[in-house]
Write a protein that binds this ligand. Structure first.
Ligand code: NAD
Length: 255
């Protein structure tokens, strides 16, 4: 698969060894990009980089901290000379099955830190990098179908992902005049380790009633991310592209 403008670019993927992140890494590498694979699990990130055919490094970093974001940006610049493409994808679901009245403040804060502060820090870091170097590039943040609808037992996750849409909109308005595009991708149900092993079976069952009657594959999300990072989407900014088999447009209350 070829994409305009990905060849030779330096691409950062956070949560890069997870289900969706590793599919994005594969796709961008196959398109000729140089990869900076960022994950809390630094050993797996380094192993993933070693296993790729193309140029790649793995960086262990916590995206919810300024130090973590500075570390991966510095590693990208030191190794490859720039940081052009940013897929801010690391995320956590939080403890499943917690109803609003049982939600604890520290659990709420933990989800917000990774899912919302992380993309804020990553977007700010990317834009500061572009301002310092005079370069331009593209940013894609992983939102969710939970950016568009509520789930009673995933309140912090839902709220954080709604916030991601606000970040994409605001950052796109800021960054457009300097030639940087900021978009989001909103996956529906994609069986990955994010909800644990038990969650994977439940996800597949729920996806079977969506319009396409199945769960998504990580590579189907990766295809949308690669498109949004590439010059093929050169007039798209501030968009949040649903990759959910139609689940977000389905009226489940129909009688
Ligand atoms: P995953 O659990 O397979 O991958 C998430 C990765 O993020 C893991 O490798 C984890 O180590 C890493 N990570 C977690 N906290 C981190 C931190 N503080 N710093 C750096 N790395 C950290 O899950 P996934 O399904 O691949 O999720 C990727 C993104 O897609 C998340 O933002 C998630 O919310 C979103 N998403 C997933 C689905 C789905 O159905 N799988 C649906 C909608 C949105």
């Amino acid at each position: 698969m070829t994409y305009a403008g990905l060849e030779g670019k330096v691409a950062i993927v956070t949560g890069g060894v997870g289900g969706i992140g590793s599919a994005v890494v594969e796709r961008l590498s196959a398109a000729g990009a140089k990869l900076v694979i960022v994950d809390l699990d630094g050993d797996r990130a380094k192993a993933a980089a070693d296993a790729l055919d193309g140029d790649a490094i793995g960086v262990g970093a916590d995206v919810s901290t300024e130090a973590g974001v500075d570390a991966y940006l510095e590693a990208a610049v030191q190794t490859f000379g720039s940081a052009d493409l940013h897929h801010l994808n690391a995320g956590i679901a939080g403890r499943p099955g917690v109803q609003l009245t049982d939600a604890a403040v520290d659990e709420w804060d933990a989800v917000m830190a990774v899912n919302l502060r992380g993309p804020f820090l990553g977007t700010r870091g990317a834009l500061r990098h572009f301002a310092e170097t005079g370069g331009t590039g593209s940013i894609v943040v992983t939102a969710s179908i939970a950016s568009l609808r509520g789930a009673a037992d995933l309140l912090a996750y839902t709220t954080s992902k709604h916030g991601v849409v606000g970040l994409v909109h605001g950052a796109a308005v800021y960054a457009g005049p300097i030639g940087v595009r900021v978009n989001g991708v909103a996956p529906g149900i994609v069986p990955t380790p994010i909800f644990g092993e038990a969650g994977i079976q439940d996800m597949k069952k729920r996806a079977s009633t969506s319009p396409l009657r199945r769960a998504g594959e990580p590579d189907e999300v990766a295809a949308a991310v690669a498109f949004l990072l590439s010059d093929d989407s050169s007039y798209i900014t501030g968009a949040v592209l649903s990759v959910d088999g139609g689940a977000s447009v389905q009226n489940t209350n129909r009688y």
